[in-house]
Write a protein that binds this ligand. Structure first.
Ligand code: MEV
Length: 414
């Protein structure tokens, strides 16, 4: 059976890593070459993705190893500019073995909002009376989605003030992120809603607070795998800090999104939508952490995460960007739901890694190596020089540009 536990992956040359990923995921020669090319977005594709294109902005794509999610061994592609995130996720996934993460997601139901101004007093009742007509009209806009088992399923109506009402169209978008389908339906039913309510429809747009499209994950870290019961207690206290203090909660959730966003970006999904959804969800009852950490009866650490994850595997950049296609293939995901489950597990792992580091040796220790390498590169080090300069700065405890330049001069003289 294939395993995502690949000791020493981080030390291998890039070519060797790609070879392993290729075999693990059954990538073609072309796909492996594309990874190695470090320029996977052709000019003509970039030029149809957005307007006024002049280039492409690249991010490093790393692979988090060691993940087991719902019993499946997984390599996770993560696109991110921040050092230590991929290493931290891999390390957290390693400590969760052999059980790994359990994850599940709801059906992919998104909300389309139609704002109605000055409706009649009986508007809410009338909307519910005409529910079937409204749903039929919405579904007439997207026969394919309906054939796939998706489509508009339900309606909600709510007064927001004396002269404003909102109607929610609940749409199962199957494997899409869903904005196109939902916005089209919301626009299509607006004139009918005006007729039914006697009001005027203004905005017709998806909501990024996707409370009906939630993903959850759970993990149990055995105390002996994470440094003992003391570490369990420290992580729980670190979590309680986030529950009690919004300043900490923001950073706690940022750490979770480090992991989730990296997978969202790698798969060509809309990370602004995911961010908006996550933070609005966290704020529904006063801004809170998106995870919960507690000690089990036998002294182990249980973690849970729950958040909206509106991500797709069809449509948008997921199917246009060549690298997004490869990343989806590496994870072998067959449905958007499965992708959301993976992201939830990665977010939970990322949060554990951050809390464990923060509550023990601090976050800076793990950052030093890559930070020193970055400084060495900025000072002009090339090839093998980078490692030598970085190592010397770490040994000296002086990770600064001026020192990097001096060391570089010295080794070049030698
Ligand atoms: C840094 O990108 C993320 C952390 O600040 C998250 C946290 O504090 O939990 C380390």
């Amino acid at each position: 059976m294939k395993s995502s536990r690949i000791p020493g992956f981080y030390k291998m040359p890039i070519e060797e890593r790609v070879k392993i990923v290729k075999e693990f995921a059954g990538l073609s020669d072309e796909e492996a070459e594309m990874l190695l090319s470090f320029c996977a977005l052709p000019k003509d594709i970039a030029n149809i993705m957005i307007e006024n294109v002049v280039g492409s902005m690249q991010l490093p794509l790393g692979i988090a190893t060691n993940f087991i999610i719902n019993g499946r061994e997984l390599l996770i592609p993560m696109a991110i500019e921040e050092t230590s995130v991929v290493a931290a996720a891999s390390n957290a996934a390693k400590m969760a073995r052999p059980d790994g993460f359990k994850a599940k997601a709801t059906e992919p139901v998104m909300i389309g909002q139609i704002q109605i101004l000055n409706p009649n007093r009986d508007a809410k009742e009338k909307i519910l009376e005409h529910k079937d007509d409204i749903i039929s009209l919405a579904n007439a806009q997207d026969k394919i989605l309906v054939e796939l088992g998706g489509g508009a399923k339900d309606i909600e109506a709510k007064w927001l003030s004396d002269d404003m009402m909102v109607v929610h169209l609940l749409v199962d978008v199957r494997d899409a992120m869903g904005a196109n389908a939902v916005n089209t339906m919301a626009e299509a039913v607006a004139p009918l809603l005006e007729k039914i309510t006697g009001g005027k429809a203004l905005l017709r747009i998806i909501s990024n607070l996707a409370i009906y499209r939630l993903a959850e994950a759970e993990v149990i870290y055995r105390k002996e795998n994470i440094g003992g019961e003391d570490v369990v207690d420290r992580v729980v206290k670190a979590y309680e800090f986030a529950v009690l203090d919004i300043f900490r909660a923001a950073t706690h959730n940022k750490g979770i999104m480090n992991g989730i966003d990296a997978v969202v970006i790698a798969t060509g999904n809309d990370w602004r939508a995911v961010e908006a959804g996550a933070h609005a969800y966290a704020a529904m009852n006063g801004y809170k952490p998106l995870t919960v950490w507690e000690k089990t009866e036998d002294g182990n650490l249980r973690g849970r995460i729950k958040l909206p994850l509106a991500v797709g595997i069809v449509g948008g950049a997921t199917k246009v960007h060549p690298m997004a296609k490869i990343c989806l293939k590496i994870m072998g995901v067959k449905t958007a739901k499965e992708l959301a489950e993976i992201m939830a597990a990665v977010g939970l792992a990322q949060n554990f890694a951050a809390l464990r580091a923060l509550a023990t040796k601090g976050i800076q220790a793990g950052h030093m190596k890559l930070h020193a390498q970055n400084i060495a590169v900025m000072a002009g080090a090339k090839g093998d020089e980078i490692e030598v300069v970085a190592k010397k700065m770490i040994e000296e405890g002086k990770i600064r540009m001026d020192r990097a330049k001096e060391i570089l001069e010295d080794i070049r003289k030698e």
